[in-house]
Design a protein around this ligand. Structure first.
Ligand SMILES: [Zn+2]
Length: 498
């Protein structure tokens, strides 16, 4: 039994003008879906993902147990950013479909997709890829996919995949389990006469990507209830990715039944109703930076973490908005560290000047000029790094990470980590690799999301999320949506379901 295995994953923030090119995918990624892989093909896909905690790793583990022979196609992912360039999309389309065609005949196809990829030329990247693959393999070869919790699931995806499964955790930690489950379902479809039917219920809502755990726990309980029915193959709910101005944006419920559509429709309705009823509970409570600074204790034995969610690179923001640097300087907050501001020019200048040199920099605000302007700062080059360190926490535990050249620039008691690539900052090992002991700081600013609560939770006092300026700010009323269907919660009060 031969199955094709592959992955094309990207979360595209259409509000960012910073397009995601093929070079972005070619760089090694310190990113949760691939764990320091670059763009991989054929046998290298299998080699890299085998024994890793990725979806493909889970698929491979189950494939071996179930006696399915995996055939690698392509594995591609990049840190979230603006839409994928037309060139990169064509490359993935040709390489994925071309390999599936060459490898035929196949008994099944398993793909790890994200579900929120948008290209310059195609709003529904996953739908288009699945449609092309369906054309190649025909109606009788099952196609199964896994999707991120933040997928914007589309009709085309539902029509062309036999089944799909989404993560249930946020921060996402169940990729491997979901991959395994997908392989098990695929094996069942190949070996039986089960002809699955999927019912998806889209909700007219925009929910923040970094959402409160409370409604999610209730929804996961509901999924277990639904899946207790032996006629149901799998059920998922998706939060959606609200920073994509596309017509099929938003959350949905999704139930796959073995044969009977009616057995999927009614639980999908119930799940959708539950999501809708809890719509006001997803948002995280946040405060202004002024209030947070005012509330800082005068003495401390653990750092306070400010999570800069609006400029979070994991949600496609630029990662260069110097909002917190400006605020900490204005309020003269010392013993602080900011991880990190993406600013290649500033890094180059620091490296040229050398450790110990004093200089004036214009920091950040060069990529995202809508939400930030450069902050002028006098300071000293404290540390120069080649960007290589050993990950210690979570996804990157014991993984050799390379984020490219980086420096620490100290200005008025604030260590600003300046980087040359869009990176993840959740592992305290990053700071320690630059000679900064995070537990000794008063304030640590991290560009990121909820994952920081897990990793920094071990050393931090209070952890405060901010809906700060950036392409991932979830005050939807400040964004100019042109394509999303209206009315939509929370932008419109009238005309939406009740
Ligand atoms: Zn996600």
């Amino acid at each position: 039994m031969r199955i094709a295995l592959g992955s094309v994953m990207h979360e595209s923030n259409t509000f960012s003008p910073l397009k995601t090119s093929l070079d972005d995918f070619r760089q090694q990624q310190p990113w949760i879906y691939c764990l320091m892989c670059a763009l991989l093909f054929d046998e290298d896909v299998i080699r890299h993902h085998r024994a890793r905690r990725t979806e493909l790793g889970g698929m491979l583990e189950a494939a071996e147990i179930l006696n399915m022979q995996p055939v690698g196609t392509i594995s591609a992912t990049a840190v979230p950013s603006g839409p994928i360039t037309a060139e990169a999309f064509s490359f993935f389309e040709e390489n994925l479909t071309g390999r599936i065609k060459q490898q035929g005949p196949l008994d099944g196809v398993l793909l790890a997709l994200h579900g929120a990829a948008v290209a310059e030329t195609v709003d529904d990247v996953e739908g288009r890829l699945l449609e092309r693959i369906r054309d190649i393999v025909g109606a009788d070869v099952p196609i199964g996919i896994t999707l991120d919790h933040h997928a914007n699931v589309t009709r085309k995806m539902v029509e062309n995949a036999d089944f799909m499964i989404g993560y249930r955790t946020h921060p996402h930690v169940d990729q491997h389990d979901i991959g395994k489950k997908a392989a098990e379902i695929l094996a069942l479809l190949i070996r039986s006469n089960v002809k699955p039917v999927t019912v998806m219920k889209k909700l007219p809502m925009l929910l923040p990507g970094e959402s409160s755990p409370v409604p999610r726990q209730r929804l996961v309980e509901k999924l277990k209830e639904i899946e207790a029915d032996p006629e149901v193959l799998t059920a998922s709910f998706f939060i959606g990715f609200p920073f994509a101005d596309i017509d099929e944006v938003g959350p949905c419920s999704l139930v796959v039944a073995k044969h009977d559509e009616s057995l999927a429709a009614s639980p999908a309705d119930e799940l959708a109703r539950l999501m809708w009823d809890m719509r006001d509970q997803f948002s995280l409570p946040t405060v202004s930076v002024e209030q947070a600074i005012q509330e800082l204790p005068d003495t401390w034995d653990a750092p306070e973490i400010f999570v800069d969610m609006g400029d979070c690179s994991y949600a496609g923001a630029a990662g260069d908005v110097p909002f917190f640097l400006d605020a900490l300087l204005r309020h003269e907050v010392k013993d602080a560290v900011i991880a990190a501001v993406l600013d290649k020019d500033a890094v180059d200048r620091c490296i040229q000047a050398g450790v110990g040199a004093r200089l004036t920099l214009e920091i950040g605000g060069k990529l995202d000029r809508i939400n930030g302007t450069p902050v002028r700062a006098d300071g000293t080059v404290q540390f120069i790094s080649d960007g290589k360190y050993r990950g210690r926490d979570f996804y990157l535990s014991e993984v050799d990470v390379d984020i490219g050249p980086a420096v620490v620039f100290n200005t008025q008691g604030i260590d600003v980590i300046l980087v040359t690539r869009r990176i993840t900052t959740y592992d305290p090992a990053l700071l320690r690799s630059m000679n900064i002991e995070p537990s000794s700081k008063r304030v640590i600013v991290l560009k990121g999301g909820l994952l920081n609560q897990v990793t920094y939770g071990k050393i931090a006092g209070r952890i405060r999320p901010f809906n700060s300026p950036g392409f991932a700010n979830w005050d939807f009323s400040k964004k100019t949506y042109k394509k999303i269907p209206r009315p939509v919660y929370p932008l419109d009060q009238e005309g939406i379901r009740s």
